[in-house]
Unconditional design. Structure first.
Length: 319
């Protein structure tokens, strides 16, 4: 994927903004960053879009701000001049896409059919928008379309909300979702940026979906591990012996030797380990990169935090 698309993959959600007054751009961007989403697609549906992009790109260089609803060369030039780091269009206009490519800005054009996806592939793209997502068949259609195009990735937008977000993000060909539920125009116009920040944070939490998976206990050898695990049969858990540990049900793992952590480890589940590491890292959490384990697609599947919690190592795993 393009580097911008890789960053958007880690962020997971791209707020789609229609802003009427450029003065709202700075507090809005600040609310999104504080809420955990340092990205935005500012749509060219309003006269304030160009100035809003300029303000955000100058005041918050760490934010990945893009221009949306870019329909022609003139808008593309204005978006680039304002500092847009990527450009999105609602549909697939080949000449428009080629022009945006020629001026050196990453472009994510809208698609809704296999024919449009094939045109995108012909132009060397591997990231496209799927719009309007819900009205066009939702995640079921994306999965059907993605099957023959194994290297294409999709950004569904249109009808995405907190309740269906993870239906989309759970599919590995969806690199991020565009959504506007946390940045509704009435909230922006009313200056309710605290509410936008709270809704943004809620969206991030819903996306990451942290859960308690299991607790690991360090033992000295296999016999001690089996003995400790057997004790949990008191609760009807049952035991399963593995190569390096013995599980008591699914909630307790007893290690056959001294594992990570002074006393053991705690496994925290998440919907996406890559995104969890990114978002926790933005909060200052440090990770032990020597612990990272990757799947066949080079996505993280295990990551230990650098710091122990009460003598327990803590690691992330996929839900």
């Amino acid at each position: 994927m393009d580097k911008i698309c890789e960053e958007l993959y880690k962020i997971g959600i791209v707020p789609v903004i229609a802003i009427d007054d450029a003065k709202d751009a700075e507090p809005l961007a600040e609310a999104l960053i504080k809420g955990g989403l340092p990205a935005a697609e500012v749509t060219f549906r309003t006269a304030a879009a160009e100035e809003a992009i300029r303000i955000i790109s100058e005041k918050f260089p760490e934010m990945i701000v893009g221009a949306g609803t870019v329909l022609n060369k003139e808008q593309a030039d204005r978006a680039k001049a304002a500092g847009a780091k990527f450009i999105v269009s609602p549909g697939f206009n080949r000449s428009n896409v080629e022009y945006i490519q020629s001026i050196g800005v990453p472009v994510v054009p809208g698609t809704a059919t296999p024919g449009e996806v094939e045109q995108a592939i012909e132009l060397g793209l591997d990231c496209v928008k799927f719009f309007p997502a819900e009205q066009n068949g939702g995640i079921a259609k994306i999965k059907a379309m993605a099957a023959p195009y194994t290297k294409m990735h999709f950004m569904p937008t249109g009808g995405i909300n907190k309740n269906n977000l993870n239906d989309y993000l759970g599919f590995n060909k969806v690199f991020c979702c565009g959504g506007s539920w946390m940045v509704k125009k009435d909230l922006i116009a009313a200056g309710k940026f605290d509410e936008i920040e709270a809704m943004t944070r809620d969206a991030v939490n819903a996306m990451l979906g942290f859960t308690m998976k299991h607790v690991g206990i360090n033992e000295t050898d296999a016999a001690a591990a089996e003995k400790t695990a057997d004790m949990f049969n008191l609760f009807g858990f049952g035991t399963k012996v593995g190569n390096s540990s013995v599980f008591a049900g699914s909630v307790v793992e007893v290690m056959k030797s001294q594992g990570r952590g002074t006393h053991g480890h705690i496994a925290i589940g998440t919907n996406n380990v890559d995104r969890a590491v990114y978002h926790l890292g933005k909060q200052g959490v440090k990770f032990d990169e020597t612990s990272f384990s990757f799947d066949a697609d080079n996505h993280l599947k295990v990551a230990y935090l650098a710091e122990e919690f009460g003598g327990f190592a803590v690691h992330l795993v996929k839900n």
